[in-house]
Design a protein around this ligand. Structure first.
Ligand SMILES: Cc1cc2nc3c(=O)[nH]c(=O)nc-3n(C[C@H](O)[C@H](O)[C@H](O)COP(=O)(O)OP(=O)(O)OC[C@H]3O[C@@H](n4cnc5c(N)ncnc54)[C@H](O)[C@@H]3O)c2cc1C
Length: 321
């Protein structure tokens, strides 16, 4: 049996690991966070549950649709909305949310393979097999025949640099060209129900903010709680500002948009939000070097594209590890 280690527990890593496990591979997924999901992230704040990364996903591809019908039966995902009243400019098409927040699908997939959590991958070393070495923590070292890396492109390059590992020059150039937007997210508790109607979201209330939503109307939080996503431009400008500078401004936009007070808030920085420049292929695979790369830096912006990147990478490995 071929053993594979998948690095990164976002949707691309989880779906890749799931697809490989289903084909009889021995799979271990390694994630630096305390749980899987990556940018499909849900956080508790007081009694509220808040999606602070990706907000919804679309499902047009038959492979995702087929998994989605299983997920819907188990309430792992639910349809959220397909249009917003008074916004004919927003394309129609069902947007799905996780049953208990956006991490739900990744958590569900992760029941099919072994997960090593809170494991920051410091180095990868290739001799007869791959070794994956943890930074600090429990000093874990894992071994496998094949390696899949699903970090955002710049983090893959950093890992290769730390490991003195390289691919051919053209591939490295394409990998180094991958670029992302940034996003400062504000997560807030609300004094009372917001004034929004279902689906509980407003896009672009002004030039600094891309998104404001109420997680209670969304259906994932018992307590009213908001998510605010600043634009890339605002996020770049205020990346290193203290929370005391950027927080009150984003809070004010939330209060004006939602018609209620924000009683407590936190800021979160997404350094790699959405890919601006991608690798130019849905995944990279080298049978000679026993390594495959996937993720939204390959498949492109959106959860569905990251999903398909992970899925297709797995199918390539199944054909010829
Ligand atoms: C604020 C925001 C809003 C978004 N909104 C939407 C939306 O509404 N709809 C949509 O379709 N898409 C949205 N996106 C984009 C979407 O979230 C991503 O395209 C998708 O989730 C990427 O999945 P991935 O598996 O490629 O990467 P990730 O989810 O980033 O997974 C990579 C994983 O690798 C782990 N990792 C990195 N380095 C290490 C290391 N050294 N050791 C161990 N683990 C490591 C990370 O912790 C992470 O879990 C949004 C993104 C952001 C940030």
């Amino acid at each position: 049996m071929t053993n594979v280690i998948v690095l990164g527990g976002g949707i691309s890593g989880c779906v890749c690991a799931y697809r490989l496990a289903r084909s009889g591979f021995g799979v271990t997924l390694v994630e630096k966070g305390r749980g899987v999901g990556g940018r499909m992230a849900t956080r508790r704040m007081g009694d509220a549950r808040i999606d602070h990364g990706a907000q919804f996903f679309t499902a047009r591809d038959p492979r995702l649709k087929s998994l989605l019908s299983d997920w819907e039966k188990d309430a792992v995902v639910r349809p959220w909305y397909d249009s917003i009243a008074g916004r004919p400019d927003i394309p129609t098409g069902t947007r799905y949310r996780g049953g208990e927040g956006m991490t739900s699908p990744a958590k569900f997939l992760a029941r099919s393979f072994q997960v090593e959590k809170s494991f920051f991958v410091d180095k990868i070393v290739r001799s007869e097999q791959w070794s994956v070495v943890e930074r600090m923590g429990e000093n874990r070292v894992l071994k496998a025949d094949h390696l899949v890396v699903t970090f955002p492109g710049p983090q893959v390059v950093e890992l290769f640099d730390r490991s003195d590992f390289s691919l051919d020059a053209e591939t490295m150039d394409r990998l180094k060209a991958i670029r992302y937007t940034r996003c400062i997210a504000l997560l807030g508790l609300l004094a009372g129900p917001s004034a929004l109607e279902s689906p509980g979201t407003v896009t672009h209330p002004n030039a600094d903010v891309d998104w404001v939503s109420d997680n209670q109307i969304k259906g994932i939080s018992e307590q009213p709680a908001c998510t605010v996503h600043a634009s890339d431009e605002f996020s770049q400008k205020h990346w290193d500002s203290p929370d005391e500078v950027r927080g009150p401004y984003l809070t004010k936009v939330a209060e004006e948009t939602l018609g209620t007070k924000v009683t407590d808030w936190n800021c979160h920085r997404w350094g790699f939000a959405k890919p601006l420049v991608t690798f130019g292929a849905d995944y990279f695979h080298s049978a000679e070097q026993s390594v495959t790369l996937a993720g939204d830096g390959f498949g492109g912006e959106r959860i569905e594209s990251a999903f398909l990147s992970g899925w297709e990478a797995a199918e390539r490995i199944v054909r010829n590890p």
